[in-house]
Write a protein that binds this ligand. Structure first.
Ligand SMILES: C[S@@+](CC[C@H](N)C(=O)[O-])C[C@H]1O[C@@H](n2cnc3c(N)ncnc32)[C@H](O)[C@@H]1O
Length: 234
């Protein structure tokens, strides 16, 4: 497997980007980071994330099922983490999960071993997917655009590999619609980003609107923190 790097995000390792070309990659004023920052974060967190996956299922499982249960055909899960989304797909879908973190993929391999459907797991950079154009019926991704160093490039790649009549399904977290929670998120945003490389008060719909994807439906849940988005490649 090829290890891809992205010159823009990697060249801004650990810095807040506010001006220049890369500023378009994240919403104005939001910080960005490098792929290596991501790998390091998830090297430290992979075991915990795998252990806490049942709790993750309790908190987000019903939203994942509602959205990803509508997937069809050959499905690509971008930034698949420990493989959480696989169990919410219809039985007849083939599953390809990609992630940049070898540690998260190792946990996904352990957890998805023995499943009946066709499963492929590969190390891949969401900014530069090693997949042909139009090669998936459905592209899914969850809790990921907040973590990508360059979310707009990653979303463009999801659109490129999705068939023109296919769907891109995203479950993203962002700034709550409940004032005190949103204020808390804003207050802790820098500290949270430094620890997790996650822009937790990002507005998912604004990111999608600036991407080449066209949102055709969306809904919010969990006090406005979770947004489910159905999009089509433009
Ligand atoms: C918060 S976790 C979400 C994992 C999973 N999708 C879920 O819903 O639980 C974010 C994931 O994004 C992955 N990631 C971040 N940047 C990436 C990139 N450039 N390419 C592929 N995966 C990336 C991380 O390695 C991590 O597994």
């Amino acid at each position: 497997m090829t290890e891809h790097t992205t010159s823009g995000p990697d060249s801004t390792a650990g810095s807040a980007v506010e001006t220049g070309d890369t500023a378009a990659a994240v919403l104005a004023g939001n910080p960005t980071h490098s792929n290596e920052d991501v790998r390091k974060t998830y090297r430290e967190q992979a075991a915990t994330m795998a252990r806490l996956d049942p709790l993750n299922g309790l908190l987000t499982g019903r939203y994942r099922r509602r959205l990803f249960g509508t997937a069809s055909g050959r499905v690509l899960d971008v930034a698949c983490g420990v493989g959480t989304n696989e169990r919410y797909l219809p039985e007849d879908c083939a599953y390809v999960g990609v992630d940049i973190s070898p540690d998260m993929l190792a946990k996904a391999r352990e957890r998805l071993a023995g499943r009946r459907r066709a499963i492929t797991l590969q190390k891949m950079d969401a900014h530069d997917l090693d997949c042909p154009d139009d090669s998936f019926d459905t592209v899914i991704s969850s809790l990921s655009t907040c973590t990508f160093p360059d979310p707009l490039t990653a979303l463009a790649e999801m659109g490129r590999v999705c068939r023109p009549d296919g769907r891109v399904l995203l479950l993203e977290h962002g700034r709550s619609s409940v004032g005190p929670i949103a204020q808390f998120q804003d207050w802790r945003a820098d500290a949270h980003f430094r620890k997790h490389h996650c822009r937790w008060n990002q507005e998912p719909l604004e990111v999608i609107e600036r991407s080449p994807l066209a949102a055709v439906d969306h809904s919010t849940a969990a006090l406005g923190v979770l947004t489910a988005i159905e999009a089509r490649p433009e």
